[in-house]
Design a protein around this ligand. Structure first.
Ligand SMILES: [Zn+2]
Length: 448
């Protein structure tokens, strides 16, 4: 951690009050002041002038599948956190499945923490998992500092992480409500999926028909009902179906403790443009039509959707066979989320303040990370420095992800991450890591 005082100056500092020229003072890894740009720095301070590059709060990505240990050929804490740092993400929360073991007991959490600790270039926290069999493990996991509990209503894709049947969901939700915990859910209704035509094969239209909007809509209705009846805080993961937005908006208006996220791929890619056989675009729920995407953007603007997080879910190249039924579902985007979202956001008239709210402040609030998510005194000095106008074309081979399959290959984005700062130390510069791993393992913060 830096001991001296540091000042970062920029013509475009993204603060909770808006974007303005400012000088951000950092002492001991914490933001201690945000002052006028031209004000003289404290005596002895090291000053870095960023010019016109924008200074944003470091991004908080609460939806990352690191898969470590157990499926480290897919990703791993070293590669994931290097990609995060290069892409401007300073905090990530790891999903409880696809690693072996999954994060479903305290002993498993300790295994994962042991693997992550020496490898983490950014701060890392953990979600726990809610399985049919582990209701008794939820309180110990909560006490051990997991940020909440992930559950599936439909098959997860891996045998060691079974879905909750309706009765299991009620039991888990009731226990999590007792803890004042957070239940985060992959919301697709299994009966609806079973009734949909499961043709497989290379056609994207067939894949889309196999994961209908109705499956999401019905699952969201059920989760809203659970939250309304039991008082459980429920977060809808990776929302794709815009038809489910009115139910979420209505629940929020009634004070039901429901939140929802969407992902860069739903905001930037459309079903119409996915080539047949291109399973790097396969994820569940799926990328839908352009009109659906417009509605998701509107929901971000009006606050129905709370945040944008990656759902980075990589696999090895051989699992992306050109058959949408057989291929692994997941899109790799940890290092690319910010430029992907910013490129589309600016075209739609949004500002960097909006992007910071969706990709840093919002996810930090979801996870209760009170030291993350804003450029203001008292928060960790975690920053992303972005040249918002510079363009680049995605070269998968240049990414730090362990596997170079990505739906964004060859796309040109606006917004180049110039540097990333963690507690006042520059950890990445122009895509290269500049420090040994110094990320901390985070635990859920207890209520103040
Ligand atoms: Zn996921």
């Amino acid at each position: 951690m830096s001991t001296g005082t540091l000042v970062l100056r920029s013509a475009r500092v993204v603060t909770p009050e808006g974007i303005r020229p400012a000088a951000v003072t950092v002492t001991g890894g914490t933001i201690t002041a945000v002052r006028p740009y031209e004000e003289a720095p404290p005596p002895g301070a090291a000053v870095t002038d960023l010019g016109d590059d924008a200074l944003l709060p470091g991004l908080v990505d609460t939806h990352v599948h690191v898969n470590d240990p157990g499926r480290t050929a897919w990703e791993g804490f070293r590669t994931a956190t290097r990609a995060a740092a290069a892409g401007g993400v300073t905090t990530l929360l790891d999903m409880p499945l696809n690693s072996i073991p999954p994060t479903t007991t305290v002993a498993h959490l300790r295994v994962k923490q042991g693997v992550a600790r020496p490898a983490a270039h950014v701060d890392v926290g953990f979600w726990g998992g809610a399985l049919p069999s582990n209701t008794a493990d939820l309180r110990p996991l909560h006490d051990a500092g997991v940020f909440g509990f992930k559950a599936f209503l439909s098959p997860s894709g891996v045998d060691e992480f079974p879905a909750l049947a309706p009765g299991d969901l009620e039991a888990a939700a009731a226990r999590i409500a007792e803890l004042d915990g957070l239940l985060i859910v992959h919301a697709e209704d299994p009966a609806r999926l079973e009734r949909a035509p499961q043709r497989g094969g290379p056609r994207y239209a067939d894949f889309l028909a196999s994961r209908p909007r109705a499956a999401e809509n019905e699952a969201v209705d059920r989760l809203v009902s659970v939250s309304r009846r039991l008082g459980t805080r429920v977060h809808i993961l990776h929302l794709s179906s815009s038809d489910a937005l009115p139910a979420i908006a209505a629940a929020k208006a009634d004070g039901v403790p429901v939140t929802a996220e969407t992902c860069p791929h739903f905001l930037t890619l459309t079903a119409e443009e996915v080539p047949d056989g291109a399973t790097e675009f396969k994820c569940c729920p799926p990328i839908r039509e352009a009109a659906n995407q417009d509605a998701l953007w509107a929901a971000l603007a009006d606050g129905t959707l709370d945040c944008v997080v990656s759902d980075h879910s990589p696999c090895t190249t051989d699992l992306k066979v050109p058959d949408f039924g057989a291929a692994w579902g997941g899109i790799s985007s940890l290092q690319l989320g910010l430029p992907a979202v910013w490129t589309a956001a600016r075209r739609r008239g949004h500002t960097l303040a909006d992007v910071a709210r969706w990709m840093s402040t919002g996810p930090a609030a979801l996870a209760g990370l009170r030291r993350k998510g804003a450029v203001e005194p008292g928060r960790d000095a975690d920053f992303t420095v972005l040249d918002p106008e510079a363009a680049f074309t995605v070269d998968p081979a240049a990414l730090h992800h362990r596997n170079h399959v990505t739906a964004y290959a060859g796309r040109t984005f606006r917004g180049v991450v110039r540097s990333t700062w963690l507690r006042g130390r520059r950890i990445a510069h122009d895509g290269a890591l500049t420090e040994p791993p110094a990320g901390l393992l985070l635990e859920r913060q207890r209520s103040a």
